[in-house]
Design a protein around this ligand. Structure first.
Ligand code: ATP
Ligand code: NCN
Length: 214
């Protein structure tokens, strides 16, 4: 998974430390490479959801994607740490250490290990569009609240996606976002803006490496 000479730091292979009573966002991604759109989602989630921490979970590989073009995990972690300046953002790769492939399993382990902590799954609107293709997606929605962040090209997913239709009754207004983490799931909201049109695909196509092409 890593290039020669590059290793995932041991601290990133452990689950971040949390205290009982905290509200914590779980923001999973390929981050290949990370960019300012990811940072915007992370910072907006911290603020709008009143989170104590946000875990920036660098996946060993999205089970729905062709991962042949994925930069090594250690590289994506180093890039992510360079992007995520806020100390409340914890860049982690514990999924790799636990051989977790599916988000349903990640969330199961995180909740089992941290009783008394309120977790929220954080994702962009394009992920909401495809959410019903994820392994045990209904179980995820029944296990933790979900915050979806608008993304150019995917705004209407909050109305049209299978997830939105299935859990229509569980959607709360974004003005209630500060209490989302404390709600009993299923519960979800859609946060409109601020938006970023950045994507890792565009950065890769432009031939730039590292966060935001640095
Ligand atoms: N510009 C953005 N606005 C809102 N959410 C975003 C944005 N970019 C990424 N995300 C969200 O961040 C998470 C991780 O995304 P990912 O690492 O796949 O980035 P990406 O730019 O979508 O990559 P790619 O272009 O390779 O698919 C996902 O939940 C995704 O929806
Ligand atoms: O569990 C699944 O079936 C599943 C399917 C697609 C994506 N995910 C997760 O969604 C997150 C975003 O992935 P990505 O590649 O869009 O950045 C990341 O944590 C993936 O592991 C999870």
């Amino acid at each position: 998974m890593t290039r020669q000479g590059e290793e995932v730091p041991a601290r990133c292979l452990r689950m971040p430390h949390v205290e009982r009573g905290m509200a914590v966002g779980l923001f999973g991604g390929s981050f290949n490479p990370p960019h300012a759109g990811h940072v915007l989602v992370a910072e907006t989630a911290l603020r709008r959801l009143r989170l104590h921490q946000l875990w920036w979970i660098v996946t060993p590989g999205n089970p729905l994607k062709d991962n042949s073009g994925l930069a090594p995990l250690a590289t994506r972690i180093a890039w992510s740490e360079a992007c995520a300046a806020d100390p409340r953002i914890k860049v982690t790769a514990f999924e790799a250490a636990h051989r977790l492939r599916y988000t349903a399993d990640t969330i199961g382990l995180v909740c089992r290990r941290n009783p008394g902590v309120d977790f929220v799954w954080v994702m962009g609107a394009d992920s909401l569009r495809d959410f019903h293709r994820w392994e045990r997606w209904r179980d995820i929605a029944r296990k933790v609240p979900i915050a979806v962040f608008d993304r150019p090209g995917a705004t209407l997913s909050f109305l049209s996606s299978v997830m939105a239709k299935t859990f229509d009754d569980a959607r709360i207004d974004e003005s209630d976002a500060p209490r989302l983490a404390r709600l009993r799931p299923p519960a979800w909201t859609f946060i409109h803006g601020p938006r970023s049109s950045l994507s890792s695909t565009a950065l890769r196509e432009a031939g730039v490496g590292g966060p935001d092409g640095r």
